[in-house]
Design a protein around this ligand. Structure first.
Ligand SMILES: [Zn+2]
Length: 297
């Protein structure tokens, strides 16, 4: 866009000079966006601190997020065992894990932020964060050093993410698995993300759709958002199976095959459980052990 002079006629067609019409409005909006952007950086650590202050549910949540691979005692080493593993877990614990009162920590804080001592902008951000869940996004465009355009892997919704660090690290086609938090007109990356190579993109989408298909056997109208509200940790179960060094296409196919087999077994137990509506969610621990020689579906 050509730069408009302060004394030029305002492009809105009001007949007034730009400086007396839309310039001050635009400047105020930019300043507001900047304040919200800074509030993202100060609110996130407050949310994570609040998560650490809820240790009772951490063992059960950690087992679910890491699919039983790590014990709660390993929380302090997780950043070494998995790329930013402790940060990623705590972000998920705050945004996704449903606590005893039926709400996530962020949902609870959004409705009762009294204990957090929030600045005005932080308090304005928090309500919109209650709906944020762990999701997978494919990178569509990169403005190096500025922003990323991503599409949600299952729903296809487009988001512009103002994250200069991520825009330097990531390339078109790659996948990020993490939390996008809204702030005003923009989205930001909340907490640590897993960064996946391009070859995983279609496989992760297939993997996600298998889980949705399994949920729909029980709830035919279930959406992807419904699945994320009950078990977004499956995205991390995919991530944690990936090789750290060289790409391995046969491994990706094996993950999908094992998922298909495991979900069909889980499906039968959901069918049996229908008589007791209290326990609809089958615990992760009851999953059949996976094996390489399971018959294909
Ligand atoms: Zn104007």
């Amino acid at each position: 866009m050509a730069k408009i002079g302060r004394n030029d006629p305002c492009p809105c067609g009001s007949g007034k000079k730009y400086k007396n019409c839309h310039l001050p409005i635009e400047e105020a909006a930019r300043a507001e966006q900047l304040r919200l952007r800074r509030a993202v950086d100060t609110l996130l650590p407050k949310v994570i601190d609040a998560a650490r202050e809820l240790p009772e549910a951490i063992p059960a949540a950690l087992t679910r997020y890491w699919d039983g691979k790590y014990t709660p005692e390993q929380l302090s080493e997780l950043d070494d065992l998995e790329e930013r593993g402790a940060d990623r877990f705590l972000t998920w614990y705050a945004f996704d894990y449903v606590q005893e009162d039926g709400r996530t920590l962020v949902e609870r804080l959004a409705s009762d932020p009294a204990g957090l001592e929030l600045a005005e902008e932080e308090a304005r951000l928090l309500p919109a964060w209650a709906d944020v869940r762990l999701r997978a996004y494919a990178v569509q465009e990169v403005q190096k050093g500025q922003s990323l355009r991503v599409s949600e892997l299952v729903e296809g919704t487009i988001y512009d993410v103002a994250d200069s660090a991520a825009s330097r690290r990531m390339q078109v086609g790659e996948v990020l698995v993490g939390h996008l938090v809204p702030a005003g007109e923009q989205f930001f990356i909340g907490g640590a993300v897993a960064h996946l190579t391009e070859d995983t993109r279609d496989k992760l989408r297939d993997f996600a759709e298998l889980h949705l298909e399994a949920l729909r056997r029980d709830r035919p109208d279930a959406t992807w958002a419904d699945l994320l509200r009950t078990r977004s940790e499956v995205l991390n179960h995919f991530v944690m199976q990936l090789p750290v060094e060289a790409p391995d296409p046969t491994l990706l196919d094996r993950i999908l095959l094992q998922t298909r087999v495991a979900l069909q077994l889980a499906g039968e137990s959901i069918g049996i459980r229908r008589e007791s509506p209290e326990s609809e969610e089958s615990p992760e621990g009851e999953r059949a052990p996976e094996s390489d020689d399971s018959p294909p579906a």
